[in-house]
Design a protein around this ligand. Structure first.
Ligand SMILES: Cc1cc2nc3c(=O)[nH]c(=O)nc-3n(C[C@H](O)[C@H](O)[C@H](O)COP(=O)(O)O)c2cc1C
Length: 270
C-alpha cells in the first residue's frame, strides 16, 4: 500500500522546502500533504490542532534550516507539541555550508520523544541566507544535492528500524553551544520600495507593514530573525542584507571557509 506522505517544513528562503520535496519524491509520493509552518498563521493553526493535524499521514518528513547551529525557535515551538503516535518520520536540516551544529540531533531527539519512529535523517546544504554579503553555497541545493535527497527518500522506504539521537553526529562550537541566535536584519531602502506588500506577506513573524514594507514598530525590528525571506522576495532590491565594514569582516571570518570549500550532504538511514 502506498504511504501517505506529509511534509512539515519551515523554509523562509525556500531551500529546505526543495530538499524535503526531493525526499518525498524519492519515497514515491506524487502528491503529499504540505504543512508549511513558515508563515505565522499556518504555524499557529498546526500548533493549535497538534493532536489531530497528522491524522491522515503515515510518514512525516520534517525539514528546518540551521540557525546558529540550532533549530529555529519557530520549529522548536512546533516540534514540542506535535504527537507522532508511532508514525514514521524523516528528519532533515538544511544549512549554509558552514556547520549544522546540534540542529539535526535535536530534531531527531524531539521527534523520537514525541512518538515518531525516525528512520532516516539528513543534513543538506542550501544557499546561505547571507549570500548577498558573502557568497556561500550559491545555487544549492543543486542537482547533485537533489539526487542525494531523492536517494534518501528511496532508502528510507526500506527500513523499519529507528534511529536514536546518538546516531546523529554533532558539530559543537561556540555558536551552537550558545543559546543566542546571531542574525543580520535586512535594511529597507524606501526609494526603491514600490509598496507591493509582498515582503509583509512573506515575513515568518509578521513584522512588516504591507503598506510601507517597513517594520511595524521598533519592537518588530527587535523581533526580526534575519531570515531574509523579505529580501529574497523583493524584486526591487528594496530589502537588502547590508552591514558595516566591521560586521562584514567578522562575517568573512565566520563564513570564509564555507565560501571556499564545498561540503556534501550527510545522509543517515537506520
Ligand atoms: C539567522 C541565521 C543563522 C544561520 N546560521 C547558520 C549556521 O549556523 N550554519 C550554517 O551553515 N548556515 C546557517 N545559516 C544559513 C541557513 O541555514 C541556510 O541558508 C538555509 O539554506 C536557509 O534555509 P531556507 O532556504 O529554507 O530558509 C543561517 C541563516 C540565518 C538566517
Amino acid at each position: 500500500m502506498t504511504k501517505q506522505i506529509g511534509i512539515l517544513c519551515f523554509s523562509p528562503t525556500g531551500t529546505t522546502k526543495k530538499v524535503c520535496t526531493a525526499v518525498a519524491r524519492g519515497m514515491g509520493a506524487n502528491d503529499f500533504q504540505g504543512f508549511d509552518i513558515t508563515l505565522p498563521k499556518i504555524r499557529a493553526s498546526i500548533i493549535n490542532n497538534s493532536n489531530n493535524v497528522f491524522e491522515n499521514i503515515d510518514h512525516l518528513i520534517v525539514g528546518a534550516p540551521v540557525y546558529s547551529g540550532k533549530l529555529p525557535l519557530q520549529v522548536l515551538e512546533c516540534l514540542r507539541v506535535i504527537d507522532g503516535k508511532g508514525k514514521g518520520a524523516s528528519a532533515l536540516v538544511v544549512y549554509g555550508n558552514r556547520d549544522y551544529g546540534i540542529a539535526l540531533r535535536c530534531m531527531v531527539e524531539l521527534l523520537s520523544e514525541h512518538g515518531f519512529n525516525v528512520g532516516a535523517a539528513g543534513a543538506f546544504i542550501g544557499q546561505h541566507s547571507y549570500s548577498d554579503i558573502i557568497p556561500v553555497a550559491i545555487g544549492r541545493p543543486d542537482e547533485l544535492d537533489m539526487d542525494k535527497a531523492h536517494h534518501l527518500g528511496i532508502r528510507s522506504m526500506s527500513t523499519n528500524i529507528c534511529l536514536s539521537p546518538e546516531d546523529i553526529p554533532v558539530q559543537i562550537d561556540m555558536v551552537s553551544k550558545s543559546n543566542k541566535y546571531s542574525s543580520i536584519k535586512p535594511f529597507h531602502i524606501d526609494a526603491l520600495c514600490i509598496k507591493c506588500g509582498k515582503c509583509a506577506k512573506k515575513c515568518p513573524i509578521g513584522l512588516l507593514s504591507s503598506d510601507t514594507g517597513k517594520y511595524l514598530n521598533r519592537e518588530a525590528k527587535k523581533q526580526c530573525i534575519g531570515c531574509m525571506a523579505c529580501s529574497r522576495i523583493c524584486m526591487q532590491h528594496a530589502k537588502v542584507a547590508k552591514v558595516n565594514p566591521i560586521v562584514k569582516l567578522v562575517l568573512k571570518q565566520i563564513l570564509g571557509k564555507a565560501s571556499r570549500e564545498r561540503k556534501e550532504p550527510l545522509v543517515i538511514v537506520a
